[in-house]
Design a protein around this ligand. Structure first.
Ligand code: LMR
Length: 397
């Protein structure tokens, strides 16, 4: 019965990990998926996560279902973390929130909800995280793009962005990355966010924020949330999806939250009911363990401080690798300008390498990065940085 099932292509990001695992070249490097590695190239579990996991085990909790909306205390803490404790809509109890299967799950649920209430399209930056397109397409939305990045000078195309947003039809949904834009690592400055906010308001657009790197961009979770908080202060009724994959290193636990700012408590209740209507037939209710970890950390001041410090040390290692990679390329005599590597923030270097150069990087040097030239800096270590720089120099000479 499956004879007409054709072979699907590998996923452009996760597929790289599979290809990397099948490669037996000793110096192979995986800089595809954005997953943090320590300086030995090993996955890193935050010490504070290890600590609370022991506490959770000692408590001998049960494994009952959580509600459709997940663990309420986790959702409250996640929202405080993103919006800030003094956020007015939060204090007024008019933000609807649910636990989700990390960022991806929240994006899909809200995409479906939008579609069920008459939205036919969503506007995402060009470029954006590769998975945004299929997530929203599968939620029934037509995915359109607005200008974001200027490849010529490896910087934000702010003028193009504003011009394109002004051309989005009134009332449509616009996706914005809160910080550490994936894949470019280029964010608007706060004054530019103010301008974006006023254009979004003028066009009565619905801002939908994707927050996958809070704490990871600048090392300061408040600074990283500045764009979101500004929009809320400006009175936008934003939707927000949060992931704890990167900042708490909880990738495989799939822990995240989706929240929607409403006009009143009563409206928030109605929105919440619609989020649940979409979650129940999709996966019924979310898993418990990851949410328990986040809940334990964010409900304790000392543990939160430890988390912030450990998250900022991951960001610090990545930044030092950015500097070393750029310097090594310069020392090798590269004629290209690599200054964008240290200007970009977050997990990725949007290198500017072409698809052809990336292919040689992979076939000749066994270095795996996405075809758009995005390099996960989290996979660069003091041991492989020279090898990576030499290979990049070789393919870009
Ligand atoms: C990435 O962009 O590499 C990460 O967000 C992981 C993923 O799921 O694609």
């Amino acid at each position: 019965p499956w004879a007409n099932f054709t072979q699907a292509p590998p996923d452009p990001i996760i597929g790289l990990t599979e290809a990397y695992q099948n490669d037996d070249f000793p110096q192979k490097v995986n800089v595809g998926v954005g997953a943090y590695r320590d300086d030995s190239g090993m996955p890193f579990v935050l010490p504070v996560v290890r600590q609370v996991e022991k506490e959770i085990t000692a408590e001998e909790l049960d494994h009952e279902y959580s509600g459709i909306a997940g663990c309420p205390s986790f959702v409250d803490l996640a929202m405080k973390f993103a919006y800030g404790e003094d956020c007015v809509p939060l204090l007024e109890g008019r933000i609807a929130g649910v636990q989700t299967l990390s960022g991806t799950g929240g994006l899909r649920v809200f995409g479906e909800v939008l579609n069920s209430f008459g939205h036919t399209e969503i506007h995402i930056p060009n470029p954006s995280w590769g998975n945004h397109v299929p997530i929203f397409r599968n939620a029934g939305l037509d995915v359109k793009t607005y200008s974001y990045y200027n490849k010529e000078n490896s910087s934000l195309d702010f003028e193009g962005m504003i011009a394109d947003i002004k051309n989005i039809p009134e009332g449509k949904c616009i996706l914005l990355h809160v910080c550490a834009h994936n894949p470019t690592g280029m964010d608007p400055q706060i004054d530019q966010w103010k301008e974006i906010s006023s254009v979004v308001k003028e066009k009565k657009l619905l801002p939908f924020f994707d927050c996958a790197y809070q704490g990871f961009a600048s090392g300061d979770a408040r600074i990283d949330a500045a764009s979101l908080r500004l929009f809320v202060e400006d009175g936008h009724k934003v939707a927000l999806v949060q992931s704890f994959s990167k900042n708490m290193g909880l990738y495989g636990q799939r822990v995240g939250a989706l929240s929607v700012v409403a006009d009143s408590q009563e409206e928030a209740q109605r929105v919440l009911s619609q989020l649940k209507v979409h979650i129940r037939p999709s996966y019924s209710n979310p898993p418990r363990h990851g949410a328990r970890i986040v809940q334990k950390i964010l409900s304790d001041e000392q543990k939160t401080d430890a988390f912030v410090e450990q998250c900022s040390s991951m960001a610090g290692r990545i930044n030092s690798m950015r500097a070393t990679l750029k310097q090594t390329l310069e020392d090798l005599g590269s004629s290209r300008d690599w200054s964008h590597i240290t200007k970009q923030i977050g997990m990725f270097a949007y290198s500017g390498l072409t698809k052809e150069e990336v292919t040689v990087l992979r076939e000749k040097h066994h270095i795996y990065c996405t075809l758009d030239g995005r390099i996960s800096m989290a996979g660069v270590t003091s041991k492989n940085v020279k090898y990576i720089a030499e290979a990049i120099h070789d393919v870009s000479k």
